[in-house]
Design a protein around this ligand. Structure first.
Ligand SMILES: C[S@@+](CC[C@H](N)C(=O)[O-])C[C@H]1O[C@@H](n2cnc3c(N)ncnc32)[C@H](O)[C@@H]1O
Length: 420
């Protein structure tokens, strides 16, 4: 077994984590680009293909492309896919400038209450609960403009800025992952400048894109999909024994009791017209309860499930549902990695009912069961990851506990191809 050690040079405390297109959009529990970059420099020097099975906003995909490495990502959240794709897509500066000029002209000519000012507002449940009527009109106008953009990459670039604009113009409280509505008093005071927000996002993202365009010298491409590695990895997308390196940060647990990615993305997804905007969280890892059972690949899982079950059998079911999916995903992922290739998993060990779930050790055991060797586990502090550092592990509202404030980078290497 390799070493497990603490190394605070992986904290990247003073680094700018919003370089290149990494500035595009916020998201819960994002990986910082410096980690993906350093892992690629350490373990992916000769890599030509990276895969991220939980790609989120595509941090590791962008870092791979910046090093001339092709990348494949998958995520079940359509908003994450849109943003990841946009972040990894160079756009011709002149065409983008032209569309930004057209957008500014469009704003100057808008005339609410007359012809072009009243564009259709999407119908979705609770729209009036989350958005003031005036804001709805303004967002509908921006959306109407975006629908005229005939260049897909540029339309996506605008949609990414629009998505953050939607979030920041809504009555959701800042700093929450779940959708929490502002109080009446806060709503009364809330008067966002929607066009100003959109313009600020467009400008910031354009600067990030300009830096990305300059750096992308070799033509590396990213492809994004929506397959679920828990179920299948389509052979026509990724062949067995073809991936050099995986760099990923899987979810910490099921969305309901950890980070609700679907809920975080819901309002933007509804405005953008994505299907299943309401049901993403149920589709994610551990989203469907599976009853109390155990898994074969890790002795530790059995031990911790017993411990949690002795305190609360319902919570034990949440935990096991997650690890069952996690094991299936690792089994499938193991097959597509080349012999000698690496799996780099950035994980957090959360607490349930006061019991620490050692996901780093479980990850190691599950990969070892698939013929991988443990190279090392690096422990780091999380100074700048957008995470709820307090949550309610007991699931009792108001009862908080410090949860993940450090994380584990588990490095595994494929030793042999498993016989079928
Ligand atoms: C920790 S986030 C990844 C963040 C990413 N590393 C980044 O920097 O943006 C985990 C992601 O896993 C996705 N996810 C959860 N279960 C999934 C599954 N079964 N298949 C694919 N994606 C899944 C969530 O939608 C979320 O975007």
């Amino acid at each position: 077994m390799g070493k497990k050690y603490f190394d605070d040079s992986w904290d990247f405390r003073d680094s700018d984590t919003k370089i290149f297109t990494h500035c595009f959009h916020s998201y819960p529990a994002m990986m910082i680009p410096q980690i993906a970059g350093r892992l690629l420099d350490k373990y992916g020097k000769k890599a030509s293909l990276l895969f991220d099975p939980y790609c989120g906003l595509g941090t590791s995909l962008v870092e791979a492309n910046l090093r001339g490495i092709n990348a494949i990502g998958t995520d079940l959240n359509p908003l994450a896919r849109l943003i990841a794709k946009s972040k990894a897509t160079p756009i011709d500066a002149e065409s983008l400038d032209m569309w930004i000029r057209r957008y500014n002209d469009f704003l100057l000519n808008l005339d609410f209450g007359k012809n072009n000012g009243d564009l259709p507002i999407p119908h979705f449940m609770n729209i009036d609960f989350w958005f003031d009527k005036r804001i709805q009109k303004t967002l509908a106008a921006i959306k109407g403009f975006i629908s005229q953009i005939d260049n897909n990459d540029i339309a996506n670039f605008f949609k990414v800025a629009f998505s953050e604009t939607v979030r920041e113009s809504s009555w959701t409280k800042n700093g929450e992952f779940k959708l929490v509505r502002m109080t009446e008093e806060q709503r009364d005071r809330f008067n966002p400048n929607v066009y100003g927000i959109m313009n600020a996002k467009l400008n910031r993202n354009k600067n990030g894109l300009t830096e990305f365009n300059k750096e992308i010298s070799k033509k590396a491409i990213t492809s994004i999909y929506d397959f679920n590695t828990v179920e299948i990895i389509p052979q026509n997308i990724i062949r067995e024994n073809s991936i050099n390196i995986i760099i990923t940060s899987p979810p910490y647990g099921d969305s309901r009791t950890t980070v609700a990615y679907g809920q975080y993305s819901r309002l933007s997804s509804q405005w953008l017209g994505f299907p299943n905007a309401n049901s993403v969280d149920k589709l994610l890892m551990g989203g469907r309860p599976k009853g109390l059972q155990t898994i074969s690949g890790s002795k530790l899982v059995k031990k911790i499930i017993d411990e949690v079950a002795s305190k609360d059998s319902e919570r034990a079911q949440d935990v096991i549902s997650f690890y069952i999916d996690y094991q299936k995903s690792i089994t499938n992922i193991s097959k597509i990695i080349k012999k000698g290739g690496h799996a780099c998993y950035v994980v957090g060990n959360r607490k349930v009912k006061g019991i620490i779930l050692p996901t780093d050790e479980i990850t190691r055991q599950l990969f070892e069961a698939e013929g991988f060797e443990h190279i090392e586990t690096i422990m780091r502090n999380i100074p700048n990851k957008r995470m709820p550092s307090k949550n309610s592990p007991s699931n009792i509202p108001g009862v908080q506990d410090t949860t993940i404030c450090n994380e584990f980078i588990v490095i595994m290497k494929k030793l042999k191809v498993k016989p079928k």
